[in-house]
Ligand binder design. Structure first.
Ligand code: IPM
Ligand code: MG
Length: 355
């Protein structure tokens, strides 16, 4: 298979972790006889410093042309004082999501058996396991509503719009994912307060009856979901939710696994085109020290192979190599060890070579 991957490593630890993911993809290409071309482009603060724009046209065009996009992270204190519209998060990340039509964000979270000690939850709570998938709507809701201050700067408003088609298409993604997993969907909302949540409930209920009546469907308020996640994380299979609730709950889920440095994500369009990135940010506090955990980036590369290119065996090999490396004792600083970013990449690649 011949594919072009746009690599936008971004800021902070982005470049360090992304280069390990690229090395893993190169190894996969070698092993399985594929040709991957990496088109590296600037994004985020790095692009702002070079071109005065966190998302230069050349980067956006390269992403549109590519077969998939691999993203590191964007943002950092250096660019925090930019106008909100120009900041890396809004100008680069949110524009990429919207321009590329990436409405479906998949964030799988599971506890690796050998890393159970890294989880802050008591063993008896973790005994119920944790293996869930957050299906987060990514191009609607409050992230893409109006964000405005009044003329005198003494009041502000953010709006949270959603339409039936937007809810239907993400619900279908969650249903399809649940069919391949344990068949349970929890739709998280705040229907006791928000109109958009009531629309979500009506729409998801109807679609479930029409298209996926065999799946178990439960509705849960977001505050209760936040609580249940630390009380009984094993009860969740697929969590279907809107943009901001998904942002918050996926960070919470990541901590239960022991480290946010382990969680990958896939942001997909209906045709499978996608952008793949770790859910952690640019971690400016540890950037440039070569100690960041590259596993979330490497696992994002695995999602790229699986969802972006339909290469299930290749993705499986990467997941297996990560698992074997962890079992053999690989630990970066976030999981209580001393392995460097490069050593962690090496450990995964050496397992991959021996599979
Ligand atoms: C994420 C991040 C982003 C989000 C930020 C950086 C805008 O937290 O991908 O979870 O809120 O979507
Ligand atoms: Mg987040």
């Amino acid at each position: 298979m011949e594919k072009t991957i746009a690599v936008i490593a971004g800021d902070g630890i982005g470049p360090e972790i992304t280069s390990e993911a690229v090395r893993v993809l190169e190894e996969v290409a070698d092993r399985f006889g594929h040709v991957f071309t990496f088109d590296e482009r600037l994004v985020g603060g790095a692009a702002y410093d070079a071109h005065g724009d966190c998302l230069p046209d050349s980067t956006l065009e390269a992403c549109k042309r590519a077969d998939a996009v691999l993203l590191g992270a964007v943002g950092g204190p250096k660019w925090d004082s930019l106008h909100p519209e120009k900041r890396p998060e809004r100008r680069a990340l949110l524009t990429l999501r919207r321009e590329l039509g990436l409405f479906a964000n998949l964030r799988p979270a599971k506890v690796w058996p050998c890393l159970r000690d890294a989880s802050p939850l008591k063993p008896e709570i973790l005994d119920g396991g944790l293996d869930l998938l957050v299906v987060r709507e990514l191009t609607g809701g409050v992230y893409f509503g109006r964000h405005e201050f009044s003329a005198d700067g003494r009041s502000a408003v953010d709006t949270m719009p959603y339409s039936v088609p937007e809810i239907e298409r993400i619900a279908r993604v969650a249903f399809a994912a649940a069919e391949k997993r344990r068949g349970k969907v929890v739709c998280v909302d705040k229907a006791n307060v928000l109109a958009t949540s009531r629309l979500w409930r009506e729409t998801v209920k109807r679609l479930h009856a029409e298209e996926a009546p065999g799946l178990e469907l439960e509705f849960m308020y977001v505050d209760n979901a936040a609580m249940q996640l630390v009380r009984a994380p094993g009860r969740f299979d697929v969590i279907l939710t809107e943009n901001m609730f998904g942002d918050i709950l996926s960070d919470e889920a990541s901590q239960i696994t022991g480290s946010i440095g382990l969680l990958p994500s896939a942001s997909l369009r209906a045709d499978g085109f996608g952008m793949f990135e770790p859910i952690h940010g640019s971690a400016p506090d540890i950037a440039g020290r070569g100690i960041a955990n590259p596993l979330a980036a490497i696992l994002s590369a695995s999602l790229l192979l699986r969802h972006g290119f339909g290469l299930a065996a290749e993705a499986e090999a990467v997941d297996r190599a990560v698992s074997l490396a962890l079992e053999a004792g690989l630990r970066t600083a976030d999981t209580g060890g001393g392995a460097s970013t490069r050593e962690a990449g090496d450990a995964v690649i050496s397992k991959l070579k021996r599979l």
